[in-house]
Ligand binder design. Structure first.
Ligand code: HMG
Ligand code: MG
Length: 300
């Protein structure tokens, strides 16, 4: 039986927010358009956060303005507060994502707010989004560990995820921000959250710092999740999460899902080519194992 898994491509946002050199807007636009052409239905495009905090994405308006949108594709953008929401709407965004964490220590460093303060900031955003018919995703970071606090109790993940869902987020993405999770813990965390939020509204977001991401995704698929975040060429990381490395590489995720007979709609060859193109733009080798195995002669 063939089943569908929605892979959410986050490289234009999560991938490029952590690059040392600022990537030109034209490259960002080309990346988003190439990814849409690969067959994704969701490509997270950029962030309307403070340019002082994330200068890498200070060109969010220019990126959305320059984008040729493919019909049927969603281009969500990160929004930390009402100011970001208004910027995003003026720039033409019709999908947003708010983000908080299960760890107080991480939240203070990442968004200068406690968990409860962040939720208070989101309330007017979600209220306005409802009026505007804007779909909202909610991220919960540090679900399997925090670079500053260490252990994160599963009960805290459940509480924050349930609160975002109650507030009106259509989808909750559970982020292992620093990639410390292992499959048993990932499965237990997801199971606990799914007791409070329907599994159909959950996504998983793994960084691959310890090489556990694919194993964690497999455990979560077995648990029933059907939305998986990934970044082409394994780009990514949060500038405010010390030690965080790349997201799980999309090529590797798509290869695994295809091998399991799970449908994604994404063309693996086109994705591998996009990963090599991006690695070339960034001036370093791809972080995807599948990308390396299928490298064209010229980049071997
Ligand atoms: P703050 O300094 O407390 O904000 O930052 P503030 O409200 O006091 O405002 C300070 C200044 O920022 C003011 O400007 C505001 O106008 C401006 P000034 O008067 O000094 O000139 N400002 C803004 N400008 C543009 N757009 C905005 C905006 N908001 C305020 N939206 C704030 C608080 C949340 C703004 C800041 O901490 C911030 O932008 N943080 C973003 C950090 C970030 O983007 N981190 C990465 C994304 S999260 C992630 O990667 C994890 C994820 O991938 C999942 C996972 O892996 O776990 C999602
Ligand atoms: Mg991330």
């Amino acid at each position: 039986m063939s089943e569908h898994v929605r892979v959410v491509e986050v490289s234009p946002r999560d991938g490029l927010q952590n690059e040392k050199a600022i990537v030109p807007s034209a490259i960002k636009i080309e990346l988003i358009e190439r990814l849409a052409a690969c067959g994704y239905d969701t490509v997270e495009a950029t962030s309307f956060v403070s340019p002082k905090w994330v200068p890498q994405l200070a060109d969010a308006e220019a990126v959305l303005a320059g984008l040729t949108r493919k019909p049927g594709v969603r281009y969500p953008v990160l929004v930390p507060n009402l100011q970001g929401y208004l910027r995003a709407r003026l720039a033409g965004a019709s999908d947003i994502a708010v983000f908080t964490a299960a760890s107080e220590a991480f939240n203070h460093r990442n968004i200068n707010a406690s968990i409860d303060e962040s939720i208070v900031r989101f309330e007017p955003v979600l209220a306005q989004a409802r009026v505007d018919g804007v779909r909202v995703r909610g991220y919960v970071s540090t679900v399997l560990g925090c670079p500053y606090q260490g252990e994160v109790p599963v009960a805290d993940v459940v509480r924050v995820a349930a609160r975002l869902f109650e507030l009106g987020c259509a989808e909750i993405s559970l982020g292992d921000t620093i990639g410390v999770g292992t499959p048993g813990r990932a499965r237990a965390m997801l199971r606990a959250v799914a007791a409070a939020v329907p599994m159909s509204a959950l996504a998983v977001h793994f960084h691959d710092t310890y090489g556990q991401a694919l194993a964690n995704i497999l455990a979560c698929l077995e648990e029933g999740v059907r939305v998986v975040d990934a970044a082409v060429a394994g780009t990514g990381g949060c500038p405010y999460a010390h030690g965080a490395s790349g997201n799980v590489a999309s090529e590797d995720v798509i290869y695994m899902l295809q091998g399991m007979g799970l449908e994604t709609g994404v063309d693996l060859d086109a994705l591998v080519a996009t990963g090599h193109w991006l690695a070339m733009q960034l001036g370093r080798p791809t972080g995807s194992r599948v990308g390396r195995a299928r490298a064209p002669e010229a980049v071997r």
